[in-house]
Every structure is written in structure tokens, then in C-alpha cells.
Design a protein around this ligand. Structure first.
Ligand code: GAL
Length: 986
């Protein structure tokens, strides 16, 4: 490793040691009776290309703003690259600059920000005032009224300066020079957009004489006695009152009283006041105790199961400058989707977010602002800052700023050192400091396999198989027996799993089953919460979401930045709907034959008294009757059987479906009464369909081709041309292709089979159909039109024989298909096996009975509700940021596509329900599109009716579909019934 001379004097922004002039970190709180002045709003701004910025004039005491005359205006908090200055850039692992720590490029975008402010009329005398920055990326130098206050790094951490001596009633000049690149950038290589700027609040806070320099709230809970113990340490001393508990105690004094505990399920907070001579600080105290005990992470004595997500702070217009509304919206969405935990990947969030977690109830793994992933590209992580003593003070500074800021939140139950930094003494130094400062919370770190600094064995993207081994404490041993014994004794979390990029993730239900089976497996955190797509418009003004590479970046990682459960505008994706179902905290099993419902309370702490249970009975998706179900207030972990009412009498014919729901009985802070928390259905087993009735028709040839009942076929190709008045654009024929999902494509570092690259290599996206026989003479089994084809790609001897057997009975046209692989061993799976047909564009309204309302795939179909749905074809599409296969409805018994006048085509399942997809572009067009605006509706509605689909898996970063969800090449047989629907032909 190259070494630099020890006396190398580096400019402050390249100096890896913590900045200068800042105050020691302390607890954050939203408000108190001390005066505060927000400095958010419009600032003067100028961007320059190098660290000198605009030069010295800007830093001076210049209330009239001569130095900044003619500058642009910028909104603080904000990122200049999202406000028309420069451009955002996305890289995952790579540093977008030469790696030569702690040096950064001379081309260092530097934003000079300046704001002139008056003090409020009544800004108090005495005491001091501090200027607080909640977050500036990545390095700042600050002047007030011409005097330099100091410099700092550590983008998503708070920094304060004492400024009382410099303040004057009017015309205070605050100048902040912000560098995009600094030594700190080496510690901030998180997988996200590089977004410089003053992106969190700037506040002037009065610190009256005798106000707390800092305070620590210790509020534990003893589940064996039901008592809480409260002690508030404060300098200087003061008193704490908790009116609801009748408490009035001195700081430093400890009191034990009966309380209701805080948990994420029951976020009980007690309002309190900390009063010192100088200030009254409102507190919200939550009593809870967390610890790792007997190899299990427990809160208040009980094992916790994390149903978590990784949350980056992201807003499509404002980047990481989040407002309160967005933070609250994130938590409401999480709570409404049964999520109970957040890992603040990979930096402490805006401090107000944690107040909301306290209030609404989420377990928080608070992660430090630290990632050095780019060093993984070098042999042995050469040069890694966490193993470079020059950076250790900065690492300790980061740990301290996080812990001191966030220590008083009951929701914060685990400290995480950072993400993907390999191993190093700097991490151990952080861990040692945190353990000393706050022994009340366990530590988490994932990226050092022997876990020396972690109280959890944590992994990301481990396969189901490996997770199961870990659950049984039977994982592969570490080389060092002592380290192995220690690791084997730790509780396990998947700090990241189920990569939610594009269509997916698949396999959630199978992970959840493992978490619920093995005590050691304490759940996980889906990667990740939201797609970081940025809004753009085409030259024609059509909006779309941009991703890496769309801003001319030299190095970038494409749409890997769009891998969330929410679309960029916070619309839930099908993946989130699936996650909600998979992690539902009540398990319901409906046994229609036995007339019982089994209910299991899967909460960790709450009984079921807060839920109201109901039942619904439908026949073929048509409501027949509904009612309530009396379920006892089961304790966590308990189960009971309750009777279903007798099946209601009905004239309706068709498949009966029972649905049982558990919904909130009363309004909560996060959802109204009636919000569904859990549900289950009992559908009839795939009953044999009643045979078609009516006269059997025989095929005949005439001048127009081949006729069979109401159908007409092309005599050469045997393709269905028309049915009744409906002229098809493309008759049904075997289809195997789907536009690869990000998970089909897999990540290029994956060793396992990656499915879509193989599909393409074999040529499944360019199949040719060679018609071998069109036989209208019928067969031994009846009056059938038989069409035989071999479907195969050019340049390959692999192919599939497809036999289409068409018959017509009454008004129905029946099709039985058999598929037989040919040509030896296939090296790949198949995307789908089914039929594709094309209808005139007017047939744009879909109705179906089967799974819905949203899409589903073999390993992501828990959330699919059997019912009757109606939707325009346009609404069947899921607009993944990078277009890819989407929109399939599972378990469909029949589907109809109609034109405005009512004419249409009905497709009913033969033996088995099918997968139904309809769109106004082909799979090939979907495959070719890079952004949603590349998809232009054509004049055909393309319909896929599939016998089978390949699973989704999570291979864009994790494992592919489980073996049972892979669609292997094998003989298949399936059937459909088609009929033309009345109404004038379109
Ligand atoms: C992990 C990493 C995350 C993200 C994810 C892939 O390795 O910790 O930050 O990059 O992979 O999306």
C-alpha cells in the first residue's frame, strides 16, 4: 500500500479527521420553550467547479449582499443537483472518482450558500445560541457575520456551532460553502444517488443559561413485575415530571412504578417534562428493555420477529430532503402493510422520523452513516478506511453523533455500525465506544463474517436453504472454533433479503415460514422500501422515471437504484401487497368442508381484542352473504377454532368462495377502523368443469378456409382467424417468451444459473412456428381440427412439438394443447408455457373470475384474492420503472375481453385455472423498452393465457426462484374454451 508523508497537510475537505469548531453532539428534540429560528427557505446560491468556491468575498460580513448580487436562489433543505445546478449521479459500489483516500478530485462541485437573517423580535438575551445543521452532503465550511465557525463532514449527522457572541438583531450573514467531495465521501459509498447540498434543516437555537447541555432518558421495563424504571441523566441537574404516573423526580434519581410497556405493536408513550433552570423540554417516554438473551433478541422478555424493510430517505422531487408529511406517509404505509421494523439503511434518518417511529410503533435498527463498499474491488479491501487509522477518529465521531442524537428513542432498539465496510479496527473502535456509552442496546454489523462487533449473526440475500441451516444452528462452521461458537450462539437476522427490484420479490412466503419455524431466525428487512426514480419528461412532454445513466454519468449502475416496494411516487407495488399478506400477524385457515376457521395470533405482544373478524360468502365472485365472526382475544402465539356459519342458500350457480377477514375494530393512529390486517379464503378445489353442452360440430373446408362451429381457421396454418363476429389479429398459438424481469436477468456477479440470459442464448425470444399438419378430418376421439407445429429458434436443434386439438360444441370452441419438448437436453428453464393471441384494440375491457385485483406469479401469489374483477386493459399493467414482464392474474377460471358495445371474447379454463395477461404491446416490445415512455399502445390487445409461469425469485441481488417455482422444460397439456360474446362486432 502506498503511504503518504505523515506531515502531508491536507485542505480541510480532504482531511479525514473530524472537522473543527463544532460542539459535542447531544440529544435531538423537536421543540422546547427555548427560542428557535428556522433558517430553512430561500438562500442565495452559486455553484463552482472547484473547492475554492466563489472565493473570499462570499465569506465576509456583507449584510447588503453585494458579494452575492445576481446569484441564483436555492431552497434549503435541498440538493443543488435537483434544483437545476449540475446533475445527480448514481453508482452502487463504485466510487465515481479515483480511489486515493483521503484525496478527492480537483473538480469538486462546490456550492456557496448564503442567507441573511434577522433575529425574532424577542430573541432572548443571555445564555448562548447554537446554529444547527441536521445534514449537509458532504462537507461544509461555515461563516457567520464574517467569522469562520469551522468545518464538518458526516453528511447525515448533526453538527452544531456556538454562535451567541456573533449574533446581532438584524442582518446576520450566514455563509456555507458545501463541497460535493471530501474525505468523508470515502465513508459514504452507499448504493444511492450522489446528491450534494444542505439537505436537512438549518436552525438557530437559543440555549438559555441553565439549559441542558445534554440528557439521557433511561426507561426500562421489567416484564416479570410489570414495572418500569425511569432515570433521566442531565447536565445541569433538573427535575422530571410524568403527570400521568404522578411522578416528580430529580434528574439522576431512579424510580420504579407500574407502567404499560412500549412495543412496536403497542407504542405506549408517557408525556413528561424535563425542567432545568433554563429550559423545559417535553419528553415522550416509552418503557422497554431490549436484550439478547439465550441466543434470542427479546423486547420486554419476549422474542421479536422483525417484519422489516430497509428504508433510504427518498422523495422523487426532493431527493433525501424529506418533509414531515413524507416521513409520516412512509410510516403509515409501513404500518398498513403489517411492517413492524425499519433498518435506516445506511445512515441515521432525519431525526423527526424517529419521533414518528416512537409514536406510531416501529422497531428501528439505527444505522450509522458509513459504507466503504467500493474498496471491495481491491485485493483484500486494500486501502479500506475502516482499517486505516487515519479514519478512526472520523468513524468514532460518526458513531458518537448517531448515538448521542438518537439515544432517547424507545423505537431505536439496535445500533448498526454501518453497511458493507468489510472488516477493520475502526469498526471495532466504534463498537467499543457504543458498548461503553449505551450498554442498553445490542449492536448490529453484517459485513464481517465472524461478527466480532455484532450481537447478531446477520446476512444479506442468503438463500432459503442456508437460512434454514442457520435456523437449526447447523451452518457451515467458521475456521476459528471460538469465533464459530460465538457466532453460532447469536440470534440471526437477514438485514437485507428479497431484493424488490422490478417485478418481485418472489419467495417471501417461504422465508416467512422459516422465520416462524426457527426461534433463532428473527426475521428480516426487505431490500428496499422505495424506488429512487427521478422524474423526467421526454421531448414530447411525456413523464417517466429516470435512473442511473439518464444523466450522462460516466460510470453508473442503471436501474439498480429502482429496487423498492414502492414506486417512486409511493404507490405500493405488487411486492408490497404480497409482503403485507405474507407477514400478516394473524394466521387464518378456513376449512369450508369442516365448517371451521382456525385463527392463530402471530403478534409478539398484543392479543386479538383490537381486531374484528368477519366472513363473506360469494359464488363465482358474486356476493351472497356476510357476517361477523366471534373470535376470542387470543394471547400472542395462541390458536383457536371457531365455527363458520352454514353455507348460505343461493340460487347462484358456480364456485363458492369463503373469505374471512381480521380488521381493525377501532380507529388507530395509523389506519381507520375496518382496515384489513389479515385474511384467508377457502375456494373449492379445482372442480372438473361441466362438460360443454349442445351439438358437436365437425370441421369443414370451404372457400374461406376451415370452419368449425362459429370458428373460421386459416387452411394452411390452422390458425384461428375468427370466432362469430370477432376477427382475431392473431389466433392463439404456443408462447414461451416473457420480457425478462430484473430478477430473471440476475446480477452479473451471481454464480448460480441466471435464467433470462440462458433463455436469450437459446433463442426463446425469437421462436419460429413451423406448421407440420392441418388436419380437418377429425380423429378417433371425435370431430376435431388437429394442427401440429414445431416451435423452435433459429440456429438450434431444440424445439417443442405443439399439438392443437380444436373441437366445437354448441357455442363453445374448445382447444386442447399438448406440448412435447424435442431435441435433447435443454440448458434452461422456460419463461412461460401458454398461448398468445391478438384481438382488435377495441376489446379493451377485461372482466375475470380468479386471482386479483393485482398481478401474481408462482412464488408471489399469497396476496391474490379470488374474486370477480373488471378493469380496462390499460389498468392491468404494472408500470415498473424499467419495463418488464408484469400484469399476470393468477388462478383465472374465466376472462372476458369486450369492446364498448358489449361484443367480446370469453376464455374459460379447461381443466386448470390459468394465468391471464392482456396488454397493448407485445412481450417483445415490452422487452425492448427501457423506460415506460418507450411503450406505445398499438392497435392490438395481446392476450396471454398461460398454463404455467416461471417464478420470480430475487436474483437481481439474491437467490433465484426455488426449484419448485422454476418452470422446467417438460411435456405439458392444457385446455381452454372460447366463445364469442354478444353485442355488435367491434
Ligand atoms: C446490498 C447493499 C444495499 C444495496 C443492495 C442492492 O449489498 O447493502 O445497499 O446495494 O445490496 O440493491
Amino acid at each position: 500500500m502506498r503511504t503518504r508523508p505523515a506531515d502531508d497537510r491536507l485542505p480541510y475537505h480532504e482531511d479525514p479527521t473530524p472537522g473543527s469548531g463544532t460542539l459535542p453532539p447531544r440529544a435531538w428534540y423537536a421543540a422546547s420553550d427555548a427560542a428557535r429560528l428556522s433558517l430553512d427557505g430561500t438562500w442565495a446560491f452559486r455553484l463552482t467547479a472547484a473547492a475554492d468556491g466563489t472565493g473570499a468575498a462570499f465569506t465576509g460580513d456583507d449584510p447588503d449582499g453585494t458579494a452575492t448580487a445576481g446569484w441564483d436562489a436555492i431552497t434549503v433543505p435541498g440538493h443543488w443537483v435537483l434544483q437545476g445546478h449540475g446533475a445527480p449521479a448514481y453508482t452502487n459500489v463504485n466510487y465515481p472518482f479515483p480511489v486515493d483516500p483521503p484525496r478527492v478530485p480537483s473538480e469538486n462541485p462546490t456550492g456557496d450558500h448564503r442567507r441573511v437573517f434577522d433575529l425574532l423580535g424577542d430573541w432572548p438575551d443571555g445564555g448562548d445560541s447554537v446554529l444547527r445543521f441536521e445534514g449537509v452532503e458532504s462537507c461544509a465550511r461555515v461563516w457567520l457575520n464574517g467569522e469562520e465557525l469551522g468545518t464538518f463532514q458526516g453528511s447525515r449527522l448533526p453538527h452544531e456551532f456556538a454562535v451567541g457572541r456573533l449574533l446581532r438583531p438584524r442582518g446576520n450573514v450566514l455563509a456555507v460553502r458545501v463541497h460535493q467531495w471530501s474525505a468523508g465521501s470515502y465513508l459514504e459509498d452507499q448504493d444511492m444517488w450522489w446528491l450534494p447540498g444542505i439537505f436537512r434543516d438549518v436552525t438557530l437555537l437559543h440555549r438559555p443559561a441553565g439549559s441542558p447541555a445534554d440528557f439521557s432518558v433511561h426507561a426500562g421495563y421489567d416484564h416479570t413485575t410489570g414495572e418500569g424504571t425511569l432515570r433521566v441523566d442531565c447536565e445541569p441537574a433538573g427535575r422530571v415530571t410524568v403527570p400521568e404516573l404522578g411522578l416528580d423526580l430529580a434528574t439522576g434519581e431512579e424510580i420504579t412504578v407500574p407502567v404499560e410497556p412500549w412495543t412496536a405493536e403497542t407504542p405506549r408513550l408517557y408525556d413528561a417534562v424535563l425542567a432545568t433552570d433554563g429550559e423545559r423540554v417535553p419528553l415522550r417516554v416509552g418503557f422497554r428493555t431490549v436484550r439478547v438473551e439465550d441466543g434470542v433478541f427479546k423486547a420486554n422478555g419476549r422474542r421479536v420477529l422483525f417484519r422489516g424493510v430497509n428504508r433510504h430517505e427518498f422523495h422523487p422531487e426532493r431527493g433525501r430532503a424529506l418533509d414531515m408529511e413524507t416521513m409520516r406517509q412512509d410510516i403509515l404505509l409501513m404500518k398498513r402493510h403489517n411492517i413492524n421494523a425499519v433498518r435506516t439503511s445506511h445512515y441515521p434518518p432525519h431525526p423527526a422520523f424517529l419521533d414518528l417511529c416512537d409514536e406510531l410503533g416501529l422497531w428501528v435498527v439505527d444505522e450509522c452513516d458509513l459504507e466503504t463498499h467500493g474498496f471491495t474491488s481491491f485485493e483484500g479491501w486494500r486501502g479500506n478506511p475502516v482499517a486505516d487509522p487515519r479514519f478512526t477518529p472520523a468513524l468514532l465521531d460518526r458513531a458518537r453523533r448517531m448515538v448521542e442524537r438518537d439515544k432517547n428513542h424507545p423505537s431505536v432498539v439496535v445500533w448498526s455500525l454501518g453497511n458493507e465496510c468489510g472488516a477493520g479496527t475502526g469498526l471495532s473502535a466504534m463498537a467499543a465506544w457504543i458498548r461503553e456509552r449505551d450498554p442498553s442496546r445490542p449492536l448490529h454489523y453484517e459485513n464481517d463474517p465472524s461478527c466480532p462487533d455484532s450481537d447478531f449473526y446477520s446476512r444479506m440475500y442468503a438463500s432459503h436453504e442456508e437460512v434454514e441451516l442457520i435456523g437449526r444452528r447447523a451452518e457451515e462452521p467458521l475456521g476459528d472454533p471460538l469465533a464459530d461458537a460465538r457466532r453460532r450462539s447469536l440470534p440471526f437476522v437477514l438485514c437485507e433479503y428479497a431484493h424488490a427490484m422490478g417485478n418481485g420479490p418472489g419467495g417471501l412466503a417461504e422465508y416467512q415460514r422459516l422465520f416462524e419455524t426457527y426461534e433463532r431466525l428473527q426475521g428480516g428487512f426487505v431490500w428496499e422500501w422505495i424506488d429512487h426514480g427521478l422524474p423526467r419528461v421526454t421531448p414530447e412532454g411525456r413523464p417517466y422515471w429516470a435512473y442511473g445513466g439518464d444523466f450522462g454519468e460516466e460510470l453508473h449502475d442503471g436501474n439498480f437504484v429502482c429496487d423498492g416496494l414502492l414506486f417512486p411516487d409511493r404507490t405500493p407495488s405488487p411486492g408490497l401487497v404480497e409482503y403485507k399478506k405474507v407477514v400478516e400477524p394473524v394466521r387464518i385457515t378456513v376449512d369450508a368442508a369442516a365448517g371451521t376457521v382456525r385463527v392463530t395470533n402471530g403478534h409478539d405482544f398484543r392479543d386479538l381484542a383490537h381486531l374484528a373478524f368477519g366472513w363473506r360468502h360469494e359464488v363465482e365472485g358474486v356476493a351472497v352473504a356476510s357476517g361477523t365472526l366471534a373470535v376470542p382475544a387470543l394471547a400472542p402465539g395462541d390458536s383457536a377454532y371457531v365455527p363458520l356459519p352454514p353455507a348460505p342458500a343461493t340460487e347462484l350457480a358456480g364456485e363458492p368462495v369463503w373469505t374471512v377477514t381480521a380488521a381493525l375494530a377501532d380507529d388507530t393512529l395509523w389506519a381507520p377502523a375496518g382496515h384489513t390486517v389479515a385474511w384467508a379464503q377457502a375456494t373449492a378445489p379445482a372442480a372438473p368443469r361441466p362438460a360443454a353442452t349442445g351439438t358437436a360440430h365437425a370441421p369443414s373446408r370451404d372457400a374461406d378456409g376451415i370452419r368449425l362451429g362459429a370458428a373460421r381457421f386459416d387452411p394452411r396454418t390452422g390458425t384461428l382467424l375468427a370466432l362469430g363476429g370477432l376477427a382475431l389479429r392473431q389466433g392463439p398459438r404456443l408462447d414461451l417468451w416473457r420480457a425478462p424481469t430484473d430478477n430473471d436477468l440476475g446480477a452479473d456477479w451471481q454464480d448460480d444459473v441466471r435464467h433470462a440470459p440462458l433463455w436469450r442464448q437459446v433463442g426463446l425470444h425469437r421462436l419460429q412456428h413451423r406448421v407440420e399438419a392441418v388436419d380437418a378430418a377429425g380423429d378417433a376421439a371425435g370431430d376435431a381440427l388437429l394442427v401440429r407445429a414445431r416451435v423452435a429458434p433459429a440456429a438450434s436443434d431444440l424445439g417443442l412439438f405443439a399439438e392443437y386439438r380444436w373441437t366445437a360444441v354448441g357455442d363453445e370452441l374448445l382447444l386442447a394443447v399438448t406440448v412435447t419438448p424435442d431435441g435433447g437436453a435443454w440448458p434452461c428453464t422456460l419463461p412461460r408455457v401458454g398461448l398468445r393471441l391478438g384481438l382488435p384494440g377495441a376489446y379493451g375491457d377485461a372482466t375475470w373470475f380468479g386471482g386479483g385485483p393485482g398481478e401474481a406469479y408462482p412464488d408471489s401469489r399469497a396476496a391474490s384474492v379470488t374474486g370477480r374483477y373488471a378493469m380496462p386493459v390499460d389498468a392491468l399493467q404494472t408500470p415498473y420503472v424499467r419495463p418488464q414482464e408484469n400484469g399476470a392474474r393468477a388462478g383465472v377460471r374465466w376472462a372476458e375481453l369486450r369492446a364498448a358495445g358489449g361484443a367480446g371474447l370469453r376464455i374459460a379454463a379447461g381443466d386448470d385455472p390459468f394465468w391471464f395477461t392482456a396488454r397493448r404491446w407485445t412481450s417483445e416490445q415490452l422487452d425492448a423498452a427501457e423506460h415506460t415512455t418507450d411503450l406505445v399502445p398499438g392497435d392490438t390487445v395481446w392476450v396471454n393465457i398461460d398454463h404455467a409461469q416461471h417464478g420470480l425469485g430475487s436474483q437481481s441481488c439474491g437467490p433465484g426462484p426455488l426449484p419448485r417455482h422454476r418452470l422446467e422444460v417438460a411435456p405439458a397439456a392444457f385446455s381452454f374454451r372460447f366463445s364469442a360474446l354478444g353485442g355488435p362486432a367491434a
